[in-house]
Write a protein that binds this ligand. Structure first.
Ligand code: KG4
Ligand code: ZN
Length: 339
């Protein structure tokens, strides 16, 4: 049985996983840089790269120890190639290429978005064709997947990603970094109808847009002298409700146009948000489908999902070369409109 070692270093998490298809995760370890970036209220790319360099090899040793295997027992080596921070990507990609070269094993450079899209399959076989909504800190997009390697892009953000908007709203409201969980926590005590925030619906049916909503939140903050706990809770709840409505509207419309869907999935860091996943679950139910989201550890960045995407390419006969370069920007999927 094939054993894949995968490395993820695209952003602020160093992660290493050992995976045996179809869904045995022997180990999936993660070092989060949250404490390193917290004083700056956001990710500092140079500090991210340096921390990946310091943490990657010890984490790899720990991962192998935990699974009780040696490097010689690994059959395939994979790493995230992009999109992400170039300096951060280089650390994981270079390490994986060196390791694969030294061990004489096949190597694959994986699209991070492909990893997120297949993350539900780590726990339960995905049903295709599927509608998959990816909502993370860097990306917000809706895909139609006909199988595990073929994705059509239906809609994506033209400005901020949903997670990024959560992070910015948190910062404006004086909530701690990282913003997503902080906004969700504050919203628990708030009234979602307290502020009448817009539900942006761009004219272009292939676009999500969050900048208008973010500006509306900023304006509410500028009007008050003091950010009381009560005010922040109401604003967080109103913002979260607006995002939920916006995503639910998009999913509802997509499900109406794709009545052959057998699966519907919510992936990426924002899938950890209970209000949003609950709202989208209700939409899917209306169409007779059961929306699935991965367990929280597989929603946010992790190497297990990179190993899973590597498996889909490896078994399709794909291999990458030693000269593969990282890519800071890199789409996944084709535009349905172009077909
Ligand atoms: O998938 P991910 O780990 O990284 C990217 O590939 O971008 O997603 C991280 C994003 C962050 O913006 C974070 O604020 C958001 O996911 N996030 C949340 C929650 N937990 C994490 N957003 C809303 N509610 C949450 N509970
Ligand atoms: Zn991610």
């Amino acid at each position: 049985m094939t054993r894949i070692l995968a490395i993820e270093t695209s952003c602020d998490e160093t992660s290493v996983a050992l995976f045996r298809p179809p869904r045995t995760i022997e180990a999936n370890l993660l070092f989060s840089q949250v404490e390193i970036h917290r004083p700056f209220g956001g990710i500092v790319p140079e500090l991210a790269s340096r921390s990946h360099v310091e943490r990657l090899l010890p984490l790899m040793e720990e991962t192998l120890d935990l699974a009780g295997v040696g490097l010689g027992d690994v059959d395939v080596i994979a790493a995230t190639r992009g999109p992400g921070l170039l300096g951060a990507l280089l650390v994981g990609l270079g390490a994986a290429q060196g390791l694969a070269f030294g061990l004489g094993r096949p190597f694959l450079g994986i699209n991070h978005l492909h990893g997120h899209l297949l993350s539900p399959d780590l726990e339960e076989a995905m049903r295709f064709p599927a509608l998959v909504l990816l909502a993370s800190g860097g990306h917000t997009a809706l895909y139609w997947m006909t199988d595990e390697r073929s994705a059509w892009l239906l809609k994506r953000t033209v400005d901020d990603a949903v997670g990024e908007a959560f992070d910015k709203v948190a910062k404006l409201s004086g909530l701690p970094y990282p913003g997503g969980p902080a906004v969700e926590g504050a919203a628990r005590d708030g009234d979602p109808t307290a502020f009448d925030l817009p539900r942006p619906r761009p004219k272009d049916p292939a676009a999500f847009s969050l900048s208008g909503l973010k500006t509306a939140v900023r304006r509410q903050i500028e009007w008050v002298d003091e950010l009381s706990e009560h005010f922040v809770a109401d604003l967080a709840a109103s913002f979260q409700a607006a995002v939920g409505d916006m995503l639910a509207g998009a999913l509802d419309q997509a499900l109406s146009h794709h009545d052959g869907a057998r699966g519907v999935y919510l992936v990426g860091g924002v899938a950890r948000n209970r209000h949003i996943s609950g709202h989208l679950t209700a939409v899917a139910e209306k169409h007779g489908l059961d929306l699935r989201a991965p367990s929280p550890v597989y929603c946010t960045d992790n190497a297990a999902m990179i190993a899973r995407a590597a498996w889909s390419r490896y078994r399709g006969g794909e291999r990458d070369g030693w000269d593969l370069q990282p890519r800071s920007r890199w789409e996944f999927g084709r535009w349905e409109a172009d077909e």
